[in-house]
Structures are given as structure tokens and as C-alpha cells.
Design a protein around this ligand. Structure first.
Ligand code: G3H
Ligand code: 13P
Ligand code: ZN
Length: 333
């Protein structure tokens, strides 16, 4: 039997995106695969009074099971209330859905928002698939994120490491014909912890600074679709202190470079109203666990090392919300 997200106390993205575009801030979209990530996300959102998108990838469903993740999200709403937030605004979102069937399964089972990622398809096929998902989702008041343009990394396995920026001249036609609620664009971000090669960066005061995002492309898109919600994937900043901790305690992460936070702050002031962060959470968790186990080699109770991991993720989420995206104190009630 189908479960509506409304029964779980979740919300879709429509109102929160409209407010975010107007208000010049972005909603954090944090990926989660484990209970500890869910707890850290909820604690951070409650403490900062921020709306939040909890997103589940296909990989997360394979790892943790879709039913368990859905129930964690239901638990997230109740947990937020228990922590003192009377009216939490939590979205359960499918990240990078690649088929109609997967999106339908999520819509039928408690998700309030889905992404259909047809960005690797030819343009007309992306439109047809996205429209099919939108038509189904809107019957249940579920919102749909689509994508135009290709990010380097996981989405571009076939070709080179190069990304293909979104073509501003396509966005009006795409948004009108698909009816999507938000659009993920490619302007130079990419997935994972290795977004740039050191040779692409400039050395400024001992820090490798990557090339700036294509703000000209973003502004062109904003002009074509005024007020339309834009999404940035691949927006982890890869904090160098976490990379350093990981390497100090036995890890081997080389040339891990992310998107500078000032650039995300600038993007959040525009029509970019959803910023996706996954890798930074992985780094925060791994750094804390490596450090804890190195300093306490005789400990073996997972609660002992998962507790500092959860704390470190929570700290990172709060930092993103308050200092980068500006979504703190933006709950409607
Ligand atoms: O966009 C990719 C997200 O970081 C999810 O990654 O597919 O390894 O869960 P995943
Ligand atoms: P990062 O790998 O930069 O965290 O991007 C995550 C993402 O875009 C999830 O869809
Ligand atoms: Zn993504």
C-alpha cells in the first residue's frame, strides 16, 4: 500500500524554494546513508532553525535498504519535534534517480521530492523521461528536480573528466516542456573529493585555489528563467583540516580539492536555492573515526567512535547552514 510523505510529516520543496530564491539563501541538501548522519542532520537543522533536505541516492538504498531509510526520515521528523522544533521542515528527496520506475517507487513510498537525472541522455529523451516523472509526481504533490548539462565525475563515466556546462539557450524550453519544479545545472562543480587537479589551481598563500565557477552561465540562466529554483550538485568544499586529520591518522587522500565556500555563498544569494553536500560529511565522519581509533587503539565499541563522528558531522552541517548557505532561522513557523 502506498505511503504519502504527508503521513510522515515531511514537506515537498515548493514553498521552501520560493522563499529561498526570494530571500537570497539556499536550502542544504545533505545525503544520508546511516542513522548517525540522520541524527547529525536533524540536530544541526533544529539548532539552527533551518529547513533541510535529506537525500537518498540509489547507492544509499542499496546500502541501507529503502524501507529503512524511509523510516529513518519518518523518525527524523519525530526526533526534530522531540528536540524542541514544533514545525520542522524536512524533505525526503531521491538523489540522482535514473529511471521512471525508481522515481515512482520513491513517490509511492513516502518521498516528498525526487530527482530524475536524465542529463546523460540526448536532449529530447531527457525531456520525455523528466515529463513522465513530473506527470506522475505532481498527482501526489511530490516535487521534481531535473538536470541539464553534465558534471564531471560520477555522471560522466563515459567521456573525459570534462564537464559540459548547461546551455542557457535550452533552459526555457526544457523547464516549460517538462514542468519540472527545479533544475540542476552544470557550472563547474563536480562530485566527490577530487574536483580539481592541482595543476588546474593557483597557489595563493600556500592554498590551492581552483578556477571559479561559471557565474556568467548561472546569471544567463537566471535571466532566462527569473525566479526559477536552481540546484547545485557536487558542492562539497573538501575542508583541508579534515583531509589533514585523515592523512595524519593513517589515511591516504591525495590532492583532495573542493569548491571554495565563498563561491557557494555567492551562489546561494542567487536563484540557486538547493546546494548538495555529501563528500564533506564523509570526510568529517572518517576523520573523526580515524582519529578516535588511533588515539584509543583498545576500544572496539562502535558507539565510542561513532559518537565523535556524529559530533563532527553536526559541527560541519551547522557551519554550512549558518556560514555558507544562510538558511538558519528560515523556518516558516
Ligand atoms: O551524487 C552523488 C552522491 O554523493 C551520492 O553518492 O551514489 O555514492 O551514494 P553515492
Ligand atoms: P559532493 O560530492 O560534492 O558532496 O556532491 C554531492 C551531490 O551532488 C549529491 O547529489
Ligand atoms: Zn549529485
Amino acid at each position: 500500500m502506498a505511503t504519502s510523505y504527508k503521513e510522515l510529516g515531511l514537506v515537498n520543496t515548493r514553498e521552501m524554494f520560493a522563499k529561498a530564491v526570494k530571500g537570497g539563501y539556499a536550502i542544504p541538501a545533505f545525503n544520508f546513508n546511516t542513522m548517525e548522519q540522520m541524527q547529525a542532520i536533524v540536530m544541526a537543522a533544529v539548532e539552527t532553525k533551518s529547513p533541510v533536505i535529506m537525500q537518498v541516492s540509489k547507492g544509499a538504498r542499496n546500502y541501507a535498504n529503502g524501507t529503512i531509510l524511509r523510516n529513518l526520515a519518518k523518525g527524523a521528523v519525530e526526533y526534530a519535534k522531540e528536540l524542541g522544533c514544533e514545525h520542522p521542515e524536512i524533505v525526503l528527496h531521491l538523489d540522482h534517480g535514473d529511471t521512471f520506475e525508481l522515481c515512482k517507487d520513491c513517490i509511492d513510498n513516502g518521498f516528498s521530492s525526487v530527482m530524475i537525472d536524465g542529463s546523460s541522455l540526448p536532449y529530447e529523451e531527457n525531456i520525455a523521461l523528466t515529463k513522465k516523472v513530473v506527470d506522475y509526481a505532481h498527482k501526489y504533490d511530490v516535487t521534481v528536480e531535473a538536470e541539464l548539462g553534465v558534471l564531471a565525475g560520477v555522471e560522466d563515466e563515459v567521456a573525459s573528466e570534462e564537464s559540459h556546462y548547461t546551455k542557457p539557450e535550452e533552459v526555457i524550453d526544457f523547464a516549460t516542456r517538462t514542468g519540472c519544479d527545479s533544475l540542476a545545472i552544470s557550472i563547474g562543480t563536480s562530485h566527490g573529493a577530487h574536483k580539481f587537479k592541482p595543476e588546474q589551481c593557483k597557489l595563493v598563500n600556500g592554498v590551492l585555489v581552483p578556477p571559479p565557477l561559471a557565474f556568467d552561465v548561472l546569471h544567463e540562466i537566471e535571466k532566462k528563467l527569473p525566479g526559477f529554483p536552481i540546484v547545485l550538485h557536487g558542492s562539497s568544499s573538501v575542508p583541508q583540516e579534515e583531509v589533514k586529520t585523515i592523512n595524519q591518522y593513517g589515511g591516504k587522500l591525495e590532492a583532495a580539492i573542493g569548491i571554495p565556500e565563498e563561491q557557494l555563498r555567492e551562489a546561494a544569494k542567487s536563484a540557486v536555492c538547493k546546494i548538495n553536500i555529501d563528500s564533506d560529511s564523509r570526510l568529517a565522519m572518517t576523520a573523526a573515526i580515524r582519529k578516535y581509533l588511533a588515539e584509543n587503539p583498545s576500544h572496539f565499541d562502535p558507539r565510542q567512535y561513532l559518537k565523535p563522528a556524529r559530533e563532527n558531522m553536526k559541527k560541519m552541517y551547522i557551519h554550512k547552514i549558518v556560514n555558507v548557505l544562510g538558511s538558519d532561522n528560515k523556518l516558516s513557523k
